[in-house]
Design a protein around this ligand. Structure first.
Ligand SMILES: Nc1ncnc2c1ncn2[C@@H]1O[C@H](COP(=O)(O)OP(=O)(O)O)[C@@H](O)[C@H]1O
Ligand SMILES: [Mg+2]
Length: 246
């Protein structure tokens, strides 16, 4: 079976700075894979490359057997959905309309399922609204939500699509403990049967959620393994877990 996502020898420079070099990564179908590493390691940049916001200088990106290297975001949106480290909701639209757009975008990106009855769209948007705990704010402009609520909406937008591969960049950043736990439970439930690649700083969350973990340090993957092995790995502890970043 094809991997959900394969990265082969990915390199990216900004000017003279090498941000990523020789990055190989394989995420199996249905796997929940976490990407950890200190600030500035290149994690968000890697997501930019996978989701088509930027182009790698070298290497290949293959999603479900199809080479998507350098494809524009709208051309990969059929196969993957992404949330951003900084919230990217439509501030002028109501909360429920943000979710409707996500569900609609997912539907229209699919050839066979192009015509989705509006009632089903509404149902899907409303189910996600309840799941992210924002039902009291359905008709408010998204810009009026608190930061944590906007993060929850951002997550809901990624999850409301039916993309088989979900990329989440620090989904619990800026949330308090209770909000983070609710977000993680939601992520676990809505990624069941799909494939998840998640950047996350909360180590308890990572070890709890992920089937496997990759550690990115200074633009290189220094380890990929099961959570227990990563925890036991000395290099990783030194480079990251023992450091100030976590
Ligand atoms: N558009 C850009 N132009 C120049 N440098 C960038 C750009 N985006 C990211 N960088 C640099 O690339 C490095 C990796 O950043 P980033 O991918 O955001 O790291 P992480 O998400 O792991 O914290 C940082 O040194 C950052 O300053
Ligand atoms: Mg980042």
């Amino acid at each position: 079976m094809n991997a959900a996502l394969e990265l082969h020898g990915i390199a990216k420079r900004f000017g003279a700075t090498r941000v990523l070099q020789g990055v190989d990564l394989r995420v199996a179908q249905g796997e929940r894979h976490a990407l950890i590493g200190p600030n500035g390691a290149g994690k968000s940049t890697l997501f930019d490359l996978i989701s088509g916001r930027a182009r790698p200088d070298d290497g290949r990106i293959v999603a479900n057997g199809i080479d998507i290297t350098g494809r524009a975001p709208q051309r990969v949106s059929r196969s993957l959905a992404r949330s951003f480290q900084t919230t990217s909701v439509f501030g002028g639209l109501s909360v429920i309309d943000n979710l409707r757009c996500a569900a609609l975008g997912a539907a229209s990106a699919r050839f066979i399922d192009r015509w989705l009855p509006s009632r089903r769209l509404d149902e899907r948007a409303h189910a996600m609204l309840v799941a992210i705990g924002l039902d009291a704010h359905a008709d408010e402009p998204a810009a009026r939500l608190t930061y944590a609520e906007q993060r929850a909406l951002d997550l809901g937008i990624a999850l409301a699509t039916d993309a088989p591969l979900i990329l989440l960049d620090e989904p619990t950043a800026g949330m308090n403990r209770a909000e983070a736990q609710r977000a993680l439970a939601l992520i676990r439930a809505t990624t069941e049967g799909r494939t998840l690649l998640v950047i996350e700083h909360d180590m308890d969350a990572v070890f709890d959620l992920a089937d496997r973990i990759s550690v990115l340090v200074q633009g290189r993957v220094i380890a990929t393994d099961a959570p227990a092995a990563i925890r036991a790995n000395w290099d990783v502890r030194e480079a990251y877990l023992g450091g100030a970043a976590s």
